[in-house]
Design a protein around this ligand. Structure first.
Ligand SMILES: *Cc1c(COP(=O)(O)O)cnc(C)c1O
Length: 224
C-alpha cells in the first residue's frame, strides 16, 4: 500500500505544540516522497548522507531547509556548506572548525547543534555531557565567527523502556539549561533542543524538545 505522506504529516503536526518544529527525515526515500511532503507544506527535511543530500538539494525546490542530521566527515563539509540550513550533529571541535572554515569561504554563518552522547549504545557519536561542557569552557569556539551554536541534539537509546528514554532526554534538557545560563544567556539563537524520532517523539515533547526528527512515521520504512 502506498504511504499517505500528507495524512501522516497532518497527524503528527496535530500533536506538536506551536513552538516545536518538525524535521521530516527523508534519508533513503525517493524525491517523489519528499515532494508529497513538500506539497503538504513541509519545508524542513533531514538527511544524513552527503552524496544523497547533494543530489536531492540539486533537484528539489530551493526553499527547502536542509538539516544535516548524520555523522559528518570533515572532508565532506565543503559540499554542503553553500546551502545547508543547519548541521545538527557536530561531535568534535575539529568538525566545528572545518564548518567555520567552509562557511567563511561561502561568506555565510552556518547554524549548528552540538550532538550529545547520552544513550547507552557505544556506536553513537557525540559529546558526553562533560566533554560538551569542556568544549564550551575552552574559549576556542568563541573565535569561530562563521558558525552559530543554536543548541543541542541527541538520540535516546533504542530501547522500549520509556522511563530510560525520558531520563536520557531530561539529562539533555538539564544540560541545555545549564549551558544556556553559563554561556548563552544573551544569545537568543541558542534555543534548540533536537530530540525525538518516530518511536519516541511523544516522550520528547514532554522533555523540552523544540525540534523532532521524524522519518518512518511520515514516509514509512526505509528501503536500504
Ligand atoms: C534516521 C534518523 C532519524 C529518524 O528516524 P525514524 O525512526 O525513521 O523517525 C532521526 N534522527 C537521526 C539522527 C536519524 O539518523
Amino acid at each position: 500500500m502506498k504511504v499517505d505522506v500528507a495524512e501522516n504529516l497532518r497527524r503528527i503536526r496535530d500533536e506538536l505544540p506551536a513552538d516545536v518544529r518538525l524535521v521530516a527525515v527523508s534519508k533513503y526515500h525517493p524525491n517523489a516522497y519528499l515532494m508529497d511532503a513538500y506539497d503538504a507544506g513541509q519545508r524542513i527535511f533531514g538527511e544524513s548522507h552527503v552524496q544523497e543530500l547533494s543530489q536531492k538539494a540539486a533537484s528539489l525546490p530551493k526553499d527547502i531547509q536542509w538539516h544535516f542530521i548524520g555523522h559528518l566527515q570533515t572532508n565532506k563539509v565543503k559540499y554542503i556548506a553553500p546551502y545547508i540550513s543547519m548541521i545538527e550533529a557536530v561531535d568534535s571541535i575539529k568538525l566545528l572548525k572545518e564548518i567555520n572554515r567552509q562557511a567563511e569561504k561561502c561568506e555565510r554563518v552556518i547554524d549548528v547543534l552540538l550532538e550529545l552522547h547520552i544513550a547507552e549504545e557505544e556506536t553513537k557519536y557525540g559529546f558526553t555531557p562533560e566533554a560538551c561542557q569542556q568544549l564550551l569552557a575552552d574559549d576556542e569556539w568563541r573565535h569561530l565567527s562563521h558558525i552559530r551554536i543554536c543548541g543541542l541534539m541527541m538520540m535516546a537509546s533504542n530501547v522500549n523502556d520509556e522511563e530510560q528514554i525520558r531520563q536520557e532526554m531530561l539529562t539533555a534538557y538539564h544540560l541545555f539549561n545549564e549551558l544556556k545560563t553559563a554561556y548563552f544567556s544573551k544569545t537568543d539563537a541558542f534555543c534548540e533542543r533536537s530530540w525525538g524520532m518516530s518511536h519516541d517523539y511523544p516522550i520528547a515533547l514532554k522533555c523540552g524538545s523544540t525540534l523532532v526528527r521524524v522519518g518512518t512515521a511520515i514516509f514509512g520504512e526505509r528501503v536500504y
